[in-house]
Design a protein around this ligand. Structure first.
Ligand code: MSP
Length: 517
């Protein structure tokens, strides 16, 4: 059986509106999942929703409906966003799913029975927005250190998880296994700001509200929402149920990807829980940076950020996916502005990629009646193009192994840009005028073959464009895979057809007026 690859996004709070930042983790995971599938791996890509907790209960109260009615509506909305972005998840877990709730209860009871959970009394601060507990000293100016919002004083009977017991093993794990927590900046942060300062046991149940998984042996308690949520990574695979086939096949996770603000939960609490349950640890936890939604001009008329659905409707799914994958240097933060999105579309997609395809196809139609000619007269100048094309796959794969989609795309664009330059250098129109059909044939073949190789790799990042390109340059199914990444694999003789503009050029100022009001 082929290699397995289990990749997860965090499960989303279905509490607010979806903005482009929300889509960031999911789109990166999607590109990784698609890439690994194209490599022939047996991929399991999990996402879902984190539906319990005080925040959701409050929102539902404000809306005047039950928490379940509230989350059902919200989850429908989120699934529409994922469908629109063509997210290829293999499973969508909801923490209100029966099988998940039952497994959470079993896990909680087991940890209690073996002494890793004990009953006590919690007094401290709680940030409802982050669903996090804080001590006096952790607050920053009396506010939540993570999101800056107001925190509430909480005093309630609570069960505690013996996190302190796992401190030494966690330090050892993070210090000795570099791959476990990435990037390096997050490793240092976890070690210095949390682990080495000393871990305290954490409260893992609440009694001041009811929207959560009840502790079955003490039902006035509900399980703390983060404990409930983190277990999704194993309950989704059937852990704690009668059918553990998926768990046996896919666990441990190859990658938990998330934003940097929740690395603490994934690299400290989650591995400690797994250690307590005697379950192997995930291979990697990666905390990416944020898409900063700066720019007060954005959607001024509405006073909020422009939604992903609106952007997809306007500019197409691949433009939005490309922007998310390309714009933020991986691991760091990056800014979204409407102008930066439109500029990427015009420069990278319409000019570089779109023009390359339309110009090349138009020339094959004009000079060779639409039939891709065979290589006839080779010149030195061809070698540069061919070697960039031949080296591209290994480099892109290398970047994807490091989860660095932006650099992978830069690498693919090197070929796109080289091919455009190749047109300028070889001047096919002059070759045609001079009647040098042999040389013209070679140039056309090299262009179409380069475009094919670009489109094969783009299948990991884009969901409509690669097929449009394949259809236009006549690439059969068997030449669309990663096993065809050697230059010259496509034989001559296939027919091209005119390709409608892949990414129509945008009048940026006019569009900005329209979307920003
Ligand atoms: N429910 C928790 C996760 C529990 S996992 C066991 C949660 N949910 S969330 O909805 O707030 O965030 C989901 C993902 O979206 C996280 O990876 C988060 O970092 C990401 N993003 C939300 N806004 C973002 C940006 N503006 N930029 C990049 N990613 C961001 O946390």
């Amino acid at each position: 059986m082929s290699d397995k690859y289990y990749i997860t996004t965090p499960i989303y709070y279905p509490s607010g509106t979806w903005h482009l930042g929300t889509c960031y983790t999911t789109v990166i995971c999607d590109a990784l999942a698609r890439f690994k599938r194209l490599e022939g791996k047996d991929v399991f890509y999990l996402t879902g929703t984190d539906e319990h907790g005080q925040k959701i209960e409050k929102k539902a109260q404000e809306a005047g409906i039950s928490p379940k009615q509230f989350v059902d509506k919200q989850v429908d909305g989120l699934i529409k966003v994922w469908d629109m972005l063509n997210i290829s998840y293999d499973k969508f877990i909801r923490t209100t799913d029966d099988y998940h709730e039952q497994a959470v209860q079993k896990i909680f009871r087991r940890l209690y029975d073996q002494g890793d959970i004990y009953k006590g009394y919690y007094e401290g601060w709680y940030c409802t927005s982050c669903e996090s507990f804080f001590t006096d000293t952790q607050l920053v100016d009396g506010k939540c250190p993570d999101c800056g919002r107001e925190v509430n004083r909480t005093k309630e009977e609570s069960y505690f998880f013996r996190l302190s017991k796992y401190q030494d093993r966690l330090i050892q794990l993070i210090e000795e296994n570099e791959e476990f927590l990435q990037p390096k900046s997050r490793r240092n942060e976890m070690l210095n700001n949390f682990l080495k300062k000393g871990l305290e046991d954490i409260a893992v149940s609440r009694t001041s509200f009811t929207w959560g998984v009840p502790v079955d042996f003490d039902p006035k308690h509900v399980v703390y929402v983060w404990i409930d949520a983190l277990t999704n990574y194993i309950t989704a695979l059937g852990y704690g149920s009668d059918d553990t086939t998926l768990f046996d096949r896919y666990w441990p996770a190859d990658l938990h990807l998330m934003g940097k603000e929740i690395v603490r939960f994934h690299s400290i609490i989650w591995p400690a829980m797994l250690m307590a349950l005697d379950i192997p640890l995930p291979k990697q936890v990666y905390g990416h940076g944020w898409l900063l939604l700066g720019g007060d001009k954005m959607s001024k008329s509405k006073g909020n950020v422009i939604g992903p659905m609106e952007l997809v409707e306007r500019y197409g799914v691949d433009a939005v996916r490309y922007f998310l994958l390309r714009e933020v240097p991986f691991g760091s933060d990056g800014s979204y502005t409407n102008r930066s999105l439109l500029t990427r579309i015009n420069v990278d997609l319409a000019n570089d990629l779109g023009n390359l395809v339309s110009r090349s196809v138009a020339m094959v139609l004009k000079y060779f009646d639409g039939v891709v000619p065979s290589v006839d007269k080779v010149e030195d100048i061809d070698n540069d193009l061919i070697s960039i094309a031949n080296d591209m796959f290994a480099t892109v794969k290398d970047y994807m192994d490091k989860l660095d989609a932006p650099s992978a795309l830069v690498e693919i664009w090197k070929l796109v840009q080289r091919a455009n330059k190749y047109i300028d250098e070889t001047m096919p129109w002059t070759l045609a005028k001079e009647g040098d059909t042999s040389r013209l044939a070679t140039v056309m073949y090299n262009l179409i073959e380069s475009i094919r190789m670009v489109a094969v790799l783009l299948r990991a990042y884009m969901v409509e464009t690669p097929d449009k390109i394949f259809d236009s340059i006549g690439v059969p199914e068997q030449l669309r895979g990663f096993d065809s990444m050697t230059f010259g694999t496509m034989p001559a003789g296939y027919s091209v057809v005119k390709c409608p503009p892949l990414f129509p050029r945008i009048d940026i100022d006019k569009d900005l007026m329209e979307i920003e009001g």
